[in-house]
Ligand binder design. Structure first.
Ligand SMILES: NC(=O)C1=CN([C@@H]2O[C@H](COP(=O)(O)OP(=O)(O)OC[C@H]3O[C@@H](n4cnc5c(N)ncnc54)[C@H](OP(=O)(O)O)[C@@H]3O)[C@@H](O)[C@H]2O)C=CC1
Ligand SMILES: N[C@@H](CC(=O)OP(=O)(O)O)C(=O)O
Length: 370
């Protein structure tokens, strides 16, 4: 737990959209334990509205919901119910997340989303906190466009959009499987130069929890592997290219992202693991001579992302843990390292076929946190 005496400003009042879902439940727990935030308003669908959070939710976490949170009354996911909040986190179902999140941003409320809907918008930062925090530099450009194009019906300060430029914004986090790839690739680029990885072949072994609750039917996943996850493979390459992209600023100081050129082919599979995704990754480097395997290990182990140097309370001490044992990482043993915020890397070796330069095993908790 964090000590409240260290809080340098009043806690930010947070809302959670989609509070009853798997992601919403994790948001509630993370906010309860965070030194800078408090859980203030919760929202979900009409079938949950008006009930207390405790009654509306099918709680599936091993840590219980705090009594004060359980007493919050679930609200409709409209900005007017959240004007008291400094910001909201969205764990909304993707069938509704797009429109609801846009309405919050237009009303001047900052939104941090887990949903996929806006990830490929060129003005929305797609952020993995231990890989590309600098992409938050897109926000002024996003606000400039918002100011130029939106005419909100209402905003937290009343009519008009004069305050939106200062308050509304949208930040997305990535697909869960991409995290385990983006963080080690960012570390290698930090050590060996932007664009050092030319191409990669990735096979994921994704946990059941990634599909939410109740998710994959037990009759499909027990004693089995499902070799396809709808829509997932395209997201691995497109999201990795955006996250690893470079940010640059024009003469007016507004930013844009130039996507990375890395070519990625992905095969996504679902395996009977409860929590923690794994990926088998082969890479080809853009330049010769190749870094040695030992140099790769040092680059991964030595990586100090900006989230650590800024002193973010949730930042892991080690963003990447390099495992030297032949049989690690394993999701059941390693998903809790650094509170689940680290990516574990193991089985790092040269590829004897010569088709690829090196092979890795990446494993990480599937949550994307702020
Ligand atoms: N599960 C995971 O690990 C991950 C999930 N995601 C993404 O995060 C999002 C949430 O996933 P997950 O928690 O698994 O999903 P769930 O289906 O468990 O939860 C969906 C949430 O959205 C709410 N909701 C549904 N329809 C509406 C509506 N019309 N208006 C307001 N609220 C609504 C539900 O409320 P109610 O209970 O009242 O119906 C519920 O709170 C999805 O976009 C998913 O793709 C991303 C990464 C990982
Ligand atoms: N699709 C992932 C979960 C996820 O990250 O989904 P999305 O890209 O919609 O956030 C899984 O099933 O394991």
């Amino acid at each position: 737990m964090h000590s409240s005496s260290a809080v340098p400003f009043p806690r930010k009042r947070c809302g959670v959209l989609g509070c009853t879902g798997s992601v919403g439940q994790r948001f509630a727990l993370l906010l309860e334990a965070h030194p800078y935030f408090s859980l203030h308003v919760v929202g979900a669908s009409h079938s949950s509205c008006g009930k207390t959070y405790g009654d509306a939710v099918k709680w599936k976490q091993s840590t219980p919901l705090a009594a004060a949170s359980a007493e919050l009354v679930v609200k409709e996911c409209i900005p007017e119910e959240f004007f008291d909040c400094d910001l909201v986190f969205s764990g909304l179902d993707d069938s509704v997340a797009g429109g609801i999140e846009t309405s919050f941003v237009s009303a001047g409320i900052p939104v941090f989303s887990n949903a996929k809907n806006h990830r490929q918008d060129p003005l929305v930062p797609l952020v993995v906190p231990t890989a590309n925090l600098s992409h938050l530099g897109l926000i002024p450009a996003q606000r400039a466009k918002l100011k130029a194009t939106s005419i909100p019906k209402s905003s937290r300060n009343g009519d008009g959009n004069s305050d939106i430029v200062d308050t509304g914004m949208l930040v997305c986090n990535s697909n869960c499987s991409v995290v385990g790839v983006a963080v080690p690739f960012a570390a290698l680029e930090h050590a060996f130069g932007k664009g050092c990885i030319a191409s990669a072949s990735i096979t994921t072994l994704q946990a059941i929890s990634g599909g939410g609750y109740p998710g994959v039917p037990s009759m499909d996943i027990m004693d089995n592997i499902v070799p396809f996850i709808s829509g997932e493979e395209a997201k691995i390459s497109s999201e990795a290219r955006k996250i690893l992209g470079s940010i640059s600023y024009d003469e007016t100081g507004l930013a844009s992202i130039q996507e990375a050129a890395v070519k990625i082919s992905a095969t996504c599979t679902r395996v009977p693991v409860l929590d923690g995704h794994t990926a088998v990754v082969s890479v080809r480097f853009a330049q010769r001579p190749l870094p040695t395997i030992e140099a790769l290990k040092e680059a991964l182990e030595g990586f100090k992302p900006e989230a650590q140097t800024l002193g973010c309370p949730s930042a892991p001490k080690r963003a990447i843990v390099v495992m030297r044992e032949h049989d690690r990482p394993q999701p059941r043993l390693d998903r809790g390292i650094e509170g689940g915020y680290a990516v574990s890397v193991g089985r790092l070796r040269e590829d004897e076929s010569g088709v690829w330069d090196a092979m890795f095993l990446f494993s990480g908790q599937q949550e994307r946190r702020y």
